[in-house]
Design a protein around this ligand. Structure first.
Ligand SMILES: Nc1ncnc2c1ncn2[C@@H]1O[C@H](COP(=O)(O)OP(=O)(O)OP(=O)(O)O)[C@@H](O)[C@H]1O
Ligand SMILES: [Mg+2]
Length: 299
């Protein structure tokens, strides 16, 4: 059974897609894991990082995208989830020089339309908006869970807002990684998403859940070596689980956003001056993404 890990924050531009891809590379190349990424963001950044513009267009033409998958299954087609995946995604090579096991359900610009369409269909069956919303989320959860077989880890790259797909991802995730920037706006965003993940109404109810029992873990990104950043991260750490690893602003991380066509490169070449950051992140996070107790607790 795959371990579902959502990478999410309501705030945009905090590094969700970047970190999703970094984790995929590290888990597949260093951990030998079979990794699947589900791109739940209609901006499709993860798909572009992993396939490049041309590869993503080819996937779209071949109708391999999350929107195709959702549309076909809503229509009752007997399509198999694996028919929508692209295998050997990314431009990194494993130790043997071959593609590591990274598969991708490519994102789609039409994902919002699909969710709207599903909402309208459910709205014909009930006039209660809460019931409709919960059914839509439930359908999407079911469709996402279908990818359980054949993979060790399923990474769900979430959009910045709270779409039905993002809510479904947060609901089925065994673990949620919440990247944040050390600034006040991010602190508020972390507080808010934590309530949703732990299904609590307010901070007092959340505080009643021991920090080590939370389903999510926060990851400071774009960290500068100054007292202000340290203070903010400490402050967030008083209320939320925060990884010891912190990602600074690095060219190696920024450059990894670009897909390099042609021959695959080593993970060391791909991440350049950020390779030690990635190693540290991997060492700390890998045990959390294979934690059977967390998996049982989330169900
Ligand atoms: N530690 C870092 N150092 C340098 N650049 C970074 C770092 N983390 C992310 N970036 C860059 O910041 C930009 C935003 O990152 P990314 O797209 O991963 O954020 P996101 O949270 O997924 O955004 P969105 O909410 O729009 O989906 C990208 O150009 C990425 O290369
Ligand atoms: Mg993103």
């Amino acid at each position: 059974m795959a371990f579902f890990t959502a990478i999410a924050n309501r705030k945009g531009g905090v590094g969700k897609s970047t970190i999703t891809v970094m984790l995929a590379h590290a888990l597949a190349v260093w951990g030998g894991k079979r990794v699947l990424i589900l791109d739940l963001d209609s901006q499709c950044n993860t798909s572009l990082i992993l396939l490049g513009g041309q590869g993503w267009n080819e996937a779209r033409k071949a109708e391999r995208s999350i929107a195709d998958y959702f549309f076909d299954l809503f229509d009752g087609n007997n399509a198999k989830p694996k028919d929508y995946l692209v295998h050997g995604a990314g431009d990194v090579a494993g130790a043997n020089g071959k593609a590591p096991t990274i598969s991708l359900l490519p994102g789609s610009l039409l994902l919002e339309d699909v969710q709207g369409e599903l909402y309208l269909r459910q709205a014909k069956q009930s006039t209660d908006p809460d019931i409709v919303a919960s059914r839509v989320r439930g359908r999407i959860e079911m469709l996402l869970r279908k990818f359980e077989g054949s993979y060790d880890v399923v990474l769900l790259d979430c959009p910045p807002g709270l779409s039905f797909a993002a809510l479904a991802a947060l609901s089925i995730a065994d673990r949620v990684v919440v990247p944040f920037r050390p600034d006040y706006v991010s602190e508020l965003a972390v507080d808010r998403i934590a309530l949703i993940i732990e299904d609590k109404r307010n901070q007092d109810d959340l505080d009643a859940v021991a920090i080590e029992d939370r389903r999510y873990v926060c990851l400071a990104n774009y960290v500068r070596d100054n007292g202000r950043d340290r203070l903010l991260i400490e402050e967030i750490g008083l209320k939320h689980p925060v990884l010891e690893t912190q990602l600074p602003m690095r060219d190696g991380i920024a450059n990894a956003f670009d897909f390099i066509g042609g021959n695959r490169q080593t993970i060391e070449a791909k991440y350049g001056n950020a390779i030690d950051d990635l190693k540290k992140l991997y060492d700390e996070i890998a045990p959390l993404l294979a934690d059977e107790d967390a998996k049982v607790a989330a169900q």
